[in-house]
Design a protein around this ligand. Structure first.
Ligand SMILES: Cc1ncc(COP(=O)(O)O)c(C=O)c1O
Length: 466
């Protein structure tokens, strides 16, 4: 924030635009207001999941249906959906092959703690696509990360995990640490936190190879867990050569490398890993891997598998601390097979990548035309505009680049113009069903909103949004 501006926009103007958009939203959603305006009965704080209160709107609209790249609410509005369930629906809502697979499995039993024919296919498909020989299925990316980290500790016999400041890998305890004034601390806001997580984790800035080398030199780090591009704060790209050095330094220190592709699978059919020749020991992918049905996968190398077998042979019988009852259920395996075979195709990615490029270029043009100190970052089908100068280099810079009040006003204004983007920072995803027209409409809406914010239309907000 500089003086009384945020991202170059006067605070008063942001507040006025937000108020104008809030009023427009309320008047455009009478049915949703009636159903959710007082909160949904039976749920703590009125929503079944607390994320649902993190959107910019004063109350959530009720979704009537969603198909492909389009979502409809009960008030009769249609949205070009660039949020896509924040990645869970990255390949579009209800892709036809996934619907067909769910339908076929639905009458055959949903979960039995035993494999189906689909398991045979999925094992082969995961090996081929991502290059690692050994896989397990979990239900969420959080679970997959948690289990993979447990394996890393088991096979290295080391206690600590190294994370990059500003990361998010789900609700995995040891990743909930931050650097504040250069010192590791528990992430602010954690509830019920009774353990000092800095005892279990080291934390360094992304792209800081000297700090990484120093942290690994203690030789107590079992595993570095990293997104190849930091996508969970304002987006931070790796410096040229960063990943090669990360791999070299981890190998030298006897530390395993876990690449979490849950968001960066936007890069291409084999994720950032395959596109950039990364060589992780452990690999995690959740969210869209079963086309929106809850499921995640985690894979590991032959060397990790060998060591794991040794460790298991030497340990007492009992619960490994890994796995949940519904993991690898028949329904999710059927959906995953359909997604891998028919949805996550090179053709789908070519479409997503090209349109995301068009979207990023369009947003950049708007920012330049309005001479705003903002920038746009893209990793394949994932695009983000950031209301601060860039490029950003690490998590501290990414945190400082956030402009929550401004972002909230933009999100709501875009929504009132029929474009839905993720409620967290300014993330947009392009799916195989997204059309050029939808991208044009988002760029047009963005231009209109920025024009309102910069006061280049009439000098004061107030015109109603239809
Ligand atoms: C990189 C990354 N890993 C893991 C997760 C956790 O996913 P889930 O909430 O499905 O457990 C997220 C969620 O945003 C993520 O971005």
């Amino acid at each position: 924030m500089i003086g009384s501006t945020l991202g170059g926009i006067p605070l008063g103007r942001i507040a006025a635009v937000f108020e104008e958009e809030r009023t427009a939203y309320v008047s455009r959603h009478p049915r949703s207001l009636q159903r959710t305006g007082q909160g949904i009965a039976g749920f703590y704080e009125g929503v079944p999941m607390h994320w649902m209160k993190d959107w910019s709107m004063p109350f959530p609209f009720l979704v009537e249906s969603a198909h492909g790249s389009t979502l409809r609410d009960i008030d009769g509005h249609e949205y070009a959906d660039f949020c896509l369930g924040d990645t869970g629906s990255m390949f579009g809502h209800s892709p036809a092959p996934v619907v067909e697979a769910i339908r076929a499995q639905a009458g055959q039993g949903l979960t039995y703690m035993l494999p189906t024919e689909d398991a045979l296919a999925v094992g082969r498909l995961l090996r081929e696509r991502f290059g690692l020989p050994h896989w397990q299925i979990a239900t969420t990316a959080t679970d997959a990360n948690r289990f993979a980290l447990r394996v890393a500790r088991a096979v290295t016999g080391r206690p600590k995990i190294l994370v990059f400041n500003g990361c998010y890998h789900g609700t995995v305890d040891e990743t909930f640490v931050r650097l504040i004034d250069g010192k590791p601390v528990n992430r602010p806001g954690l509830l019920g936190q009774v353990v000092d997580l800095t005892q279990l984790a080291r934390v360094v800035e992304f792209n800081d190879l000297a700090a990484l080398e120093d942290a690994l030199s203690h030789r107590d780090v079992a595993c570095v867990i990293a997104e190849p591009v930091m996508t969970n704060s304002c987006m931070v790209l790796p410096d040229a050569g960063f990943h090669a050095e990360l791999r070299r330094l981890t190998r030298r220190a006897g530390t395993l490398l876990l690449i979490d592709e849950t968001h960066t699978i936007s890069t291409g059919p084999g994720g950032y890993t395959r596109a950039h020749g990364l060589e992780p020991d452990l690999f995690v992918l959740g969210k869209p891997i079963a086309g929106g049905v809850p499921a995640s996968v985690w894979g590991f190398s032959e060397a990790v598998a060998r060591k794991l077998t040794e460790v298991r042979a030497a340990s007492a019988p009992g619960h490994s601390g890994m796995g949940t009852t519904l993991s690898a259920n028949a329904l999710s395996l059927a959906a995953m097979r359909a997604t891998l075979e028919h949805v996550m195709t090179p053709e789908a990615y070519a479409h997503m990548d090209a349109l995301a490029g068009t979207l990023a270029d369009g947003l950049r043009r708007v920012i330049e035309a309005h001479r705003l100190p903002w920038h746009v970052v893209r990793v394949g089908a994932r695009v983000e505009f950031i209301c601060a100068p860039g490029p950003l280099h690490d998590g501290t810079q990414a945190e400082a680049a956030h402009a929550p009040a401004l972002e909230r006003a933009i999100h709501l204004a875009l929504l009132n113009r029929s474009c839905l983007i993720a409620p967290f920072h300014n993330m947009m995803l392009v799916c195989p069903a997204t059309t050029g027209r939808q991208v044009e409409s988002l760029c047009g809406a963005f231009d209109e909103v920025v024009t309102r914010l910069t006061g280049q239309d009439d000098g004061a907000p107030g015109a109603p949004v239809s």
